[in-house]
Each structure stands twice: as C-alpha cells, then as structure tokens.
Design a protein around this ligand. Structure first.
Ligand code: FES
Ligand code: FES
Length: 209
C-alpha cells in the first residue's frame, strides 16, 4: 500500500505523521519485548481492575454535553466513549492507530480515539458520529454517504464520516486530491473509497448551498 500522510493528529501533536507515530510506537514495542516477560506481566495487569481509589474522575464534553466519568488513567477515549457512555458509533478496529474506525473530533480536528487517553481529552470538545444527528435526522454529510453508496458493511463509516466532517469544517470546498489526502487515515476493507470520496464532494456542495 502506498504510504500517504494523514491529516489526523496524534497525541504527540500535529507535526508527527501517522507513519512516524506508528514507527515510534513500534520502536517502543521492541524495547518492551527485549525486556523479556514484561508483556506477560502487562497482559496480566490489564486483566486486574484497579481499586476504586485508583480511579480518577474525568470531566468530558461530548457532543455538547458534560459527562463526569470515573476512569482508570490507562483507559482510552475509545473505551470510555463506548463502554462508559454507550456511544458505540465510535468503532474499535485495530486499536493501534492504523485504521481510523475510531475517529472522533477533538476541537474540530479528527483524532483516533484509541490513541487518546480519556484523561487527555479533558477540556476538549469531543464529537462523535452521534453528535452529527439532529434528533433522528441525518446531517447533510451522513445523508450523502447514504445517497452515494459510501458504505458496504458500514463498519468504517462512522470514522469516515468524522474524518470528512473535520475536513469540511476546515476546508468547505476541498479538491478531489484534498479529499483523498484528508481521508487517507481511514481504511475501508470493503474498498468503497470511490463512493466515499464522491459522498464527501457531494456533501461539500450541499453544505455550500
Ligand atoms: S481502532 Fe483506532 S485507529 Fe484503528
Ligand atoms: S464499508 Fe465495510 S469497511 Fe468500509
């Protein structure tokens, strides 16, 4: 697969490319492996819930609503959105910053929710695909995904929609290349890319009126 620069930000900041982030993450994993036995210990520790006093209260602004959640410091935003707040539009795919299924907006910018700790999201405006709905009515962008057949199985679709929403907020009139570049951090195993790009372009037209 050709490597393309993603416009998603990582917790390390906007200047670090997705590829660079994955490389540095991989280097860390190698170091851990060399430590020997650490992975087994880490897996065991992961299964042990922390004592209640080790939980932190995290205040999150999600889709315009305040939420107060007791969370372990290691919990990802993806975990908290799905398991604590019931916002299952945010999908777990790879859970290591590669697929984009978990994409949400933080202060209007697409982020992988699996790569952000819930505690890091405090004080940010978090938006999930549920937040784009007006009651039961789809947003113009969501409606164009339906109209243009921008999905097959639909698993990647919430992440695709949030990446597109981030693009259209910062660039209401993107060129085809800009659409492809902005969506390059979101994989679709069904290969619906052409329809996804058409949906984003059509939504840009509708939003411009
Ligand atoms: S689940 Fe977060 S990038 Fe794949
Ligand atoms: S529509 Fe199936 S993974 Fe994208």
């Amino acid at each position: 697969m050709t490597s393309r620069k993603t416009e998603h930000e990582t917790p390390a900041g906007p200047d670090l490319s997705r590829r660079g982030f994955i490389k540095s993450w991989g280097a860390g994993a190698v170091a851990v492996t060399v430590g020997g036995g650490y992975q087994a210990q880490a897996a065991e520790a992961e299964e042990q819930p922390l004592a209640a006093e080790a939980l932190s209260r995290v205040e999150l602004d999600v889709n315009g609503r305040p939420h107060s959640v007791l969370a372990e410091p290691r919990w990802s935003l993806l975990h908290v959105l799905r398991e604590e707040l019931g916002l299952t539009g945010c999908k777990p795919g790879c859970e290591r910053g590669e697929c984009g299924a978990c994409t949400v907006l933080l202060d209007d910018v697409p982020h992988y929710a699996c790569q952000v700790l819930a505690v890091e999201a405090e004080g940010r405006r978090i938006e999930t695909v549920e937040g784009l709905l007006d009651g039961e009515t789809l947003s113009a962008l969501q409606a164009q995904f339906v109209k243009e057949d921008g999905l097959q199985c639909g698993y990647c679709t919430p992440g695709q929609v949030m990446a597109a929403e981030g693009l259209l907020r910062r660039n209401p009139d993107p060129s085809p290349d800009e659409i492809r570049s902005a969506m390059s951090g979101n994989l679709c195993r069904c290969g619906a890319y052409a329809h996804i790009f058409n949906a984003v372009a059509a939504a840009a037209k509708v939003r411009k009126g």
